[in-house]
Structures are given as C-alpha cells and as structure tokens.
Design a protein around this ligand. Structure first.
Ligand code: ADP
Ligand code: ZN
Ligand code: ZN
Length: 729
C-alpha cells in the first residue's frame, strides 16, 4: 500500500506519513485531508513512498485527496523547499501560507469557470449586411457592428470595451448568421489600444538588451531615474514573452499601485488575460486569479509579494518594480524576501528577471558593481523636455519654522497657487504631533505597552500608539506634576494641514495618510481629485511617494526629514535617501518644471548634498564604504535571532542559552544579546542576537544545525524567531 508524506500547517519541520490505497506519483502536490491528533487537517502531498519509519500498524489512513485542482507543480514545491531551508521555517507552513485562503480550508473547493476566451467575427453573410438595417436608435449596436467591420475578430473583452452592454446583441446576431463564434487563438499577442510612445534611445537600448536574452537566466538591474519610463521598458519586454504564449510575473511593492498599473497593462495588452493578486482581494477573487495563473490562462500576473509563490507553468519573465522596497520582505511569520525568491524562480525556469528602481537597494547595486547583475541605466526623463526637478535646501537654523513650515516654503506654495499649479508637502508622520509634552516637568505621554511615545491626534482628542493601536483620551493635567500646560510638540500631517489651511484659506487642500485613506475607495477618489486638478495643495506621507504620476505637480516641500539622519539603524540613510528621491521625483514629471524644497538643520550633510545633485552613485559609494568599514551588509550576511516574553530577563537568558549551544565555524560570528531597538512592543519585552558571516553558505550551514538545537530547548517561555537577511532591528 503506498504511503503519502504530507506537509501540514504546524510549526514543526517534519512531514507526516499516512496510508492510502489509490495515490500515484502524479498526486504529489495535491491537497489532502488527513487526521492529525483529534482533528482533520489539510496538507499537501510532498512524496509517495513504499516505506516509512513509522510502525505501519500505527499509520492512519488519508481521509481524502482533493483532486479538483491541479497539483502544485514540482518546480513550485522546489521553491517552497528552498524557501523553507533558507529561512528555516517549516515546509508545511511555507506552503500553506502561500496558498489562497480557500485552499487552506480542509474542504473541496469550487472553482468558478474563468471567462471564456471566445471571439466573434463577421460571417461572409454578415459582411454583406448594410449597417443601416440596424435602427439608428440602437447606437451601441451600430458601434459594435462598425467595430466588426474594422477588425478581423473581437474578443469578449474588446466587445465589453465598446460598451458594457454591447454583448447583448451577440445572441441575436449569432442566430441571424451575421457573426460566428470561435475559440480565441491561444496566441494572445499584444493588441494595442491607445498610442504607444516612441522609445527614447536609452529605453530602446534597455529593451533590446533585455529581449535579446529572454530565453536564459539573466538578472537585469534597470536603474532609471524617476520619470525615465521604466514602465514602458517593462511593457516592451513583455511583448515578445506574450507572443510566445508565455507568462509574465510582475511584482509591485504596494497594493495601492495595482489599479494604476493594471490599467496601463490592460490598455496596452487589451486581448491578454491579466490577473492581479494582492491582499485587497476577497477569497474567491484570489482563488480565481491563482487558478487562472496555475492553468496558464492568465498571461500577466500582477501582484504584491505573496504573488511570487503563484504556480506559473509557462513562466517567461519576472519583473520586480521598485526592487529596493522593504515591503518585499515579510516582517512576520515566514520572513522571506519576495525579490530574492523571484531571482530564485528566474534561475529555476531559466528566464530573465528585471529589477527596476530609481534608487536600487545597496545590495543590488553592489551585485551590479561586481557583475552578478547586469545594469541598464536610464538617465533622462522619458517625456520630452521634462527635466529633473531643481532641489534647494532651506536652512532651518536661519529660517525659523512656524508649525513646521518656514517662510520660503510658504512663499513658494503661495506662488504655486497663483500659477495654478499643485504643490505637495511631504511629512512622513501622521497625526497632529508625535509627542504630548508637559511644559513644566518635561513629562511626555508614552504607551504602556510599547517603548514609544503616544502620538497626538487633535481632531478626535485622542492619544494613539502607532505601534500597537492603543488609544486614550487627553489627560487633563500632567500625571507627573499636575501642571495643566500640556502641549503638542513636533509636527505631523494634521498639524501641517492646519497650518496650511490658515495660511491659504481659499486653497483646496488634501491630506493623504493612513488615517485619511482608511475608508473604502478613499484612495481611488483622492487620486481622481488630484488628477482632475481639484486639489491645490497635497500633504502626504510615504503613501504618496511611491510610483504615482502627478502631472500637475510643480513643487514638493519636504518637512521634518532630519529625524532619520542620525538613526542607529544602519539602513536609515539608505531608506531616507530613497524616500526623498522618490518624493522629489513626483515633481515636474510632465510639462511643468519641478522644484523641491527641503527644510533641514543640516544642509551640508552628504545625504542632502547628493540629493541636491541627483547623485545616487555618489551617495551609494559613501554608504558602501561606510558599510565596508563597519562590516555591514552587503559585505556580510546576517541573521537575527529574536525572542520576546513578558519580562526581559527570560528573553536574555534564552538567547544566552542559545549562544552556549552554538558551535559556529570561524567564518561565523555571534554577537552578544541586546534589547531590541524597540525593546517593548505590544506588552512584550524583546531582545535579539545578531549572527553574521562573510560566507552565506557557512552561515546557512551553521543556522541549520543551530536551529535544531534551539528547537530542542524547552525550559523557557520565550517566543522566538529567526530572521535571515533582516531589514529591521
Ligand atoms: P518611472 O517608472 O521610470 O518613474 P514612468 O514609467 O512612470 O517612469 O514614466 C514616466 C512618464 O513618461 C509616464 O507618463 C509615461 O507615460 C511617459 N513615457 C514613458 N516612456 C515614454 C516615451 N518613450 N516617450 C514619451 N513619454 C514616455
Ligand atoms: Zn509635568
Ligand atoms: Zn503601543
């Protein structure tokens, strides 16, 4: 009797064996229902075997094998196995967490039939019909008929684009023999609606280089300044992939960017089935997109990080847009990097992967410098005559601030208003002020559950913790000294909004942050208002900085950026630079010349100097040499063992115990346990220990062995995780 080896969603890294009568090797990768303890759970068949370590008398039988979906392909299982080994996370959890929710339930799933790919064309008889037999009042019918006359065949999607109601005429015309239906050809080569721009010389060179090597594993770093037209390079690189009937996976950092990108892709590739996969979908939408990808029907799969685990039988190209974005790294559970998994997949399938960015991560930049990645540069803006914005620094030691704004910035916004251009004030902190301060004794409101201050939300008279969500009302007096003179200190988006409103009472001002975009559709409505030029001044956090194209934006003001200059996090400068380059890049993207004003106390800081000169390479060189001197990534590989518990001591004890177990080779270095930067979060004390090595291989070998030993430690009440290639400390 065959034995199936099953991965299930529990935090133990073993497979479980079950008996079955009817499994064959073709069933590897199928979902299966098995008894586990007193319950029945869903798992994935990983292997079929004739032998088992378990006493066969004790083997339980499988409850059922779910055959309504195709099995996960072997290459995907290989990716999961790699991911499980590299991040030291149980295979069952890796697999199950990557599947759509419906597939994680222990029951059969119903798959909706995807839209048919029928297309319609005029019959010889239909071609003889004079359009005037259709009554003039049936305008949609006439338009549809004209469209048939102009093209060989129309797909259902194209017919819907003529009018959502156009398809109501199909049954009648089929019946009359005017048109005939046929299965659309599997070749979904690009059908273009809207105009295609002529590539700039740089874009053309990039497209040529990429498309010449599509059939093999290549990593391209597409390093193009903001507005250089990276999207167009993606589109042209996808064309030959579609022509071969293959699939393209496009990973993007931010769910908010999907509608915009989806629109661009759909209008360029009107006849191509495109699905998007992100956390904003409901379970059945996600399942439907996933199965269309798995069947090979969907040719373009656009998604956020989790989409990297989608089965793609005909994978032909992978694109990772904004590759430096930290959202590609999951920060809980399986702490994987979707960018790195994308590279693994590209190698697996021998296809090309494009990593696009205006400010590549130092890791990728370094890989390009030493030849592991090929580089393609786009150094000028794609739209003719659109230059890079001019960047000026406002020294806040000279120009005093009122509610966070200096006079030169206010004046510049005023001029923008007169010229009827849009301006944007960027401040990466929501709320009214980051601190509530007692003017008499210096007390400040802090979260009881986190080592953080409470943020003042003046509108709802609440103090709120942005780490754990805790809220409380304003204290009437200082709990420390009784003084009633409590004042908000520092700036947040709401305070800047208030200040701008009082400076420019007639201006149409819009604040975009996580608070103002919470309502469903809020984001969509706001973008429309901005594009419709119904907004004069925007105030926004980093939500606004990524990827959006605002053609009327002439001025960007940057407020309170200095905070991150002297952070203890060695990646803070890199992140700040990226963020400011991105937000500065919003200005002057179309016909308007852009200006960026940065308020700072440190105008001579190398970061601002590099920014002012649009000098990514200059700053990257400085940061790389700092990293090299300090022994930080990309010159070393890191892992972080984190622990958390109600008290700090058990956590530190646990980490010390872990160190005692460790027998690292010489190339692997273990540091002393230390409290985390945010040592208290959501009521738990946190500490961590850093492991680092110049050899990724040795680090991995050490971690594999060490993890088993740490798992065997049981006399502690510490929750621990291992984070490989950590981004946050
Ligand atoms: P990036 O992602 O590199 O910041 P985008 O892809 O958003 O830049 O392109 C910026 C703008 O340039 C868009 O409005 C796009 O339509 C336009 N564009 C791209 N390529 C061309 C081109 N070859 N000619 C004219 N306009 C272009
Ligand atoms: Zn006080
Ligand atoms: Zn808190």
């Amino acid at each position: 009797m065959p034995i199936v080896r099953v991965a299930i969603n529990i935090p133990v890294d073993t497979l479980f064996d079950y008996q079955t009568v009817d499994a064959t090797p073709d069933d590897i990768g199928l979902r299966v229902s098995v008894p586990f303890g007193k319950k029945k759970v869903v798992g994935i068949i990983i292997a079929i075997s004739d032998t088992t370590q378990i006493d066969t008398g004790k083997l339980k039988p499988v409850c059922s094998i779910y055959r309504e979906t195709k099995p996960l392909p072997a290459s995907l299982l290989e990716l999961f196995r790699f991911c499980s080994e590299y991040y030291h996370h149980p295979l069952g959890m890796v697999i199950l967490n990557s599947l759509p929710a419906a597939m994680r339930c222990n029951k059969a799933i119903q798959i909706k039939k995807p839209a048919s790919n029928l297309s319609f064309e005029l019959t010889p008889a239909g071609k003889q019909i004079d359009r005037s037999v259709i009554p003039a009042r049936n305008r949609v019918a006439r338009r549809l008929f004209s469209a048939f006359l102009e093209s060989a065949a129309l797909t259902e999607t194209q017919i819907k684009q003529i009018s959502p109601r156009a398809n109501q005429w199909l049954p009648e015309w089929l019946h009359r023999g005017w048109i005939a239906a046929k299965q659309a050809p599997a070749d979904t080569s690009a059908t273009v609606t809207g105009s295609i721009p002529i590539l700039t010389a740089e874009q053309a060179a990039a497209v040529n280089a990429i498309t010449a090597g599509l059939q093999q594993f290549n990593i391209w770093l597409l390093h193009g300044i903001t507005g250089s037209g990276k999207t167009e390079v993606y589109l042209r690189s996808i064309e030959p992939v579609l022509a071969q009937g293959k699939q393209t996976l496009v990973l993007i950092p931010e769910i908010n960017l999907t509608p915009q990108l989806e629109k661009i892709f759909r209008s360029r590739f009107a006849a191509t089935p495109i699905v998007s996969l992100h956390s904003g979908l409901n379970d059945s939408e996600r399942l439907s997109g996933w199965t269309q990808a798995q069947s090979g029907a969907a040719k373009i799969i656009l998604g956020t990080r989790l989409a990297v685990f989608t089965p793609l039988p005909d994978l032909g190209l992978i694109i990772v847009d904004e590759e430096q974005d930290s959202s590609f790294k999951q920060q809980d559970g399986l702490r994987y990097s979707a960018r790195d998994m994308a590279i693994f997949r590209a190698r697996q399938h021998a296809v090309t992967v494009i990593l696009g960015s205006a400010t590549p991560s130092l890791e990728s930049y370094y890989n390009a410098l030493n030849g592991r990645y090929h580089t393609l540069r786009l150094q000028s803006r794609a739209v003719r005559n659109a230059g890079l914005p001019s960047i000026h620094l406002i020294d806040t030691r000279i120009h005093k601030m009122q509610d966070g704004l200096t006079e030169p910035l206010i004046n510049a916004i005023g001029r923008c208003l007169i010229e009827k251009n849009q301006s944007l004030v960027f401040i990466n902190r929501r709320g009214y002020a980051p601190v509530l301060l007692c003017k008499s004794c210096g007390w400040s409101a802090a979260c009881q559950r986190c080592s953080s201050r409470l943020v003042v939300h003046l509108r709802d008279k609440q103090l709120s913790c942005h780490h754990c969500g805790h809220q409380e009302s304003f204290p009437r007096a200082c709990p420390h000294c009784g003084n009633q003179d409590l004042a908000p200190f520092g700036q947040g988006t709401q305070r800047v909004e208030d200040a701008l409103t009082s400076n420019f009472p007639a201006a149409r001002i819009l604040r975009i942050d996580r608070d103002s975009t919470r309502r469903k559709n809020a984001w969509h409505d706001m973008l429309q208002a901005i594009h419709g030029h119904q907004i004069d001044i925007l105030i926004g956090t980093q939500l606004l900085s990524k990827g959006h194209d605002f053609p009327n934006l002439a001025l960007v003001g940057i407020v309170s950026a200095d905070n991150s200059l002297y952070s203890t996090d060695f990646r803070a400068s890199e992140r700040l630079f990226t963020q400011l380059m991105q937000v500065a890049g919003r200005a002057g993207r179309a016909q308007i010349a852009g200006t960026v004003l940065i308020q700072t106390e440190f105008p001579n800081h190398p970061l601002y100097q590099a920014l002012q000169h649009h000098d990514y390479d200059g700053l990257a060189q400085i940061l790389l040499s700092e990293r090299k001197a300090a022994g930080f990534p990309p010159y070393v590989f890191q892992a972080l063992l984190r622990g958390e518990a109600h008290d700090l001591n058990p956590v530190l004890n646990f980490l010390h115990q872990a160190i005692k177990l460790a027998k690292p080779p010489e190339a692997v270095e273990l540091f002393d346990p230390v409290p985390a930067q945010m040592h208290r979060l959501k009521g738990l004390e946190r500490a961590q220990l850093l492991i680092q090595s110049t050899s990724r291989k040795q680090l991995q070998a050490f971690l594999t062995e060490w993890c088993v030993q740490i798992h065997a430690l049981t006399n502690h009440k510490v929750r621990w995780t291992l984070d490989v290639d950590p981004l946050e400390f």
